[in-house]
Design a protein around this ligand. Structure first.
Ligand code: CTP
Length: 398
């Protein structure tokens, strides 16, 4: 295994990681970035790995032994621990500006990263986007863990403990029950036209649905994302269908639903639409204007009521009695799972980066996913969906 050590206080843990890997019988060759050398000396890694440590791409003595291309070919796995924000950015961009990034680019071996950085750096959209890009390419992220940090702050960004990294690497990863499944996800708000220029809308950003669609893609699912208008980029590796109104969203969903395994309704669909939108722009002649609204079809309920429904996951946005309302909605719409969040309070919901969810399954089991960035929450919810879906398949005898 090629172990890349990048700069950060967690570099000292990489020494213990090297020792543990060796104890498991893994042959380790270490490459250090320049910044890593400010934290731990190469001799430490040389002694622990029993192999010369590589520091520089232009090292004539090392190149006489095993040149960097040979080293890239030799590796059966490239692990970067700690992986700093900087190294993640350079790996995401495909740069080859030092030995470690050059090796990562030249190697066909799987790449795993154990991120370690200040929690704000980890949560920064740039780092989150790099993490997503890397995982989409099949890079495995181990951690980071949340907790007290060397800088005195508390949050996600701490490198996993060496023992946890070794355990994660050596443990065979079962294929996700979502791999190869067809999953349709709705996301974002809908716009209900009043006239050709105006609409009724809502504050949904679409972030939760997009993050979820992305997390499902990384589990190997074939994802179609039916999205209302959002400012978000199309996640990699899926098909996006853009719609405006609830009726358009319904049509897009129904056209595809027959061959879907799973339906995830994360969209904030307008419950009502304007009964008769004006064909021309409404002029401000009258002192008062009354809009007549009619009910929109409930897409989720309609999907769940099909004779041969897919596994259905709904969302619920509640201002009070979250659990009770969610249980009632799960029953009423006959869903397999529901993820409810409290809106209107200080903690989460629309237009925010963070959210918390109460997840309830058809069998009544409940999980609380605490307040965290939506990308992390999407990962946690995806794991719950995978687990519940596996049980559902077992009961269906599939
Ligand atoms: N939903 C849907 N089609 C609609 C309305 C809602 O597919 N026309 C889906 C949403 O995507 C979400 C779930 O239904 O997954 C719950 O929506 P919510 O608005 O919270 O609940 P409602 O059923 O509309 O009930 P109420 O507004 O009375 O709370």
């Amino acid at each position: 295994m090629l172990l890349g050590v990048s700069g950060g206080i967690a570099a000292y843990k990489a020494a213990e990681l090297t020792r543990r890997l060796r104890a498991e019988g893994v042959e380790v060759r270490v490459v250090m970035t320049r910044a890593a050398q400010a934290f731990v000396g190469p001799l430490t890694f040389q002694a622990l790995s029993g192999n010369p440590v590589r520091l520089d791409i232009l090292d004539p003595t090392a190149e006489a032994g095993m040149d960097h291309i040979e080293l890239a070919r030799w590796a059966d796995l490239v692990l970067v621990a700690p992986a700093s924000a900087d190294v993640m950015a350079r790996l995401a961009a495909g740069m080859a500006d030092d030995l470690l990034t050059t090796l990562a680019l030249a190697s066909q071996a799987p790449l795993a990263l154990a991120p370690a950085m200040n929690q704000r750096m980890w949560q920064h959209p740039a780092t989150q986007a790099n993490a997503r890009l890397l995982t989409d390419r099949g890079v495995r992220l181990l951690g980071p863990a949340a907790g007290a940090q060397a800088c005195g702050e508390t949050g996600p960004g701490r490198m996993l403990e060496p023992g946890e990294i070794v355990a994660a690497l050596l443990e065979p990863r079962p294929a996700s029950p979502l791999a190869g499944r067809r999953i349709l996800v709705t996301a974002g708000p809908t716009r209900e036209a009043l006239d050709p220029v105006r609409y009724l809308g809502n504050r949904s950003s679409g972030r939760m649905g997009y993050a979820l669609a992305q997390a499902l893609v990384t589990r190997g699912a074939q994802v179609v994302l039916v999205s209302g208008p959002t400012a978000l980029a199309v996640p990699l590796g899926l098909e996006r269908i853009q719609v405006e109104s609830a009726l358009e969203m319904r049509a897009a969903v129904m056209a595809r639903i027959a061959d879907q395994d799973i339906f995830v309704a994360a969209a904030a669909v307008a419950d009502y639409r304007v009964a008769d939108p004006a064909p021309h722009k409404i002029k401000k002649g009258q002192p008062e204007l009354t809009l007549r609204l009619v009910r929109n079809p409930d897409i989720l309920a309609e999907v769940a009521a099909r004779p041969d429904p897919p596994f259905t996951v709904g969302f619920a946005a509640e201002t009070e009695r979250v659990e009770e309302e969610a249980r009632a909605k799960l029953q009423a719409k006959s869903l397999d799972m529901i993820a409810a969040n409290q809106v209107g309070g200080a903690t989460g919901g629309f237009e925010r980066e963070d959210n918390a969810l109460t997840v309830i399954r058809r069998d009544g089991r409940l999980n609380q996913l605490p307040l965290m960035p939506k990308a992390h929450l999407a990962e946690a919810l995806t794991d719950l969906i995978a687990e519940t879906y596996a049980t559902y398949l077992a009961t269906q005898g599939a």
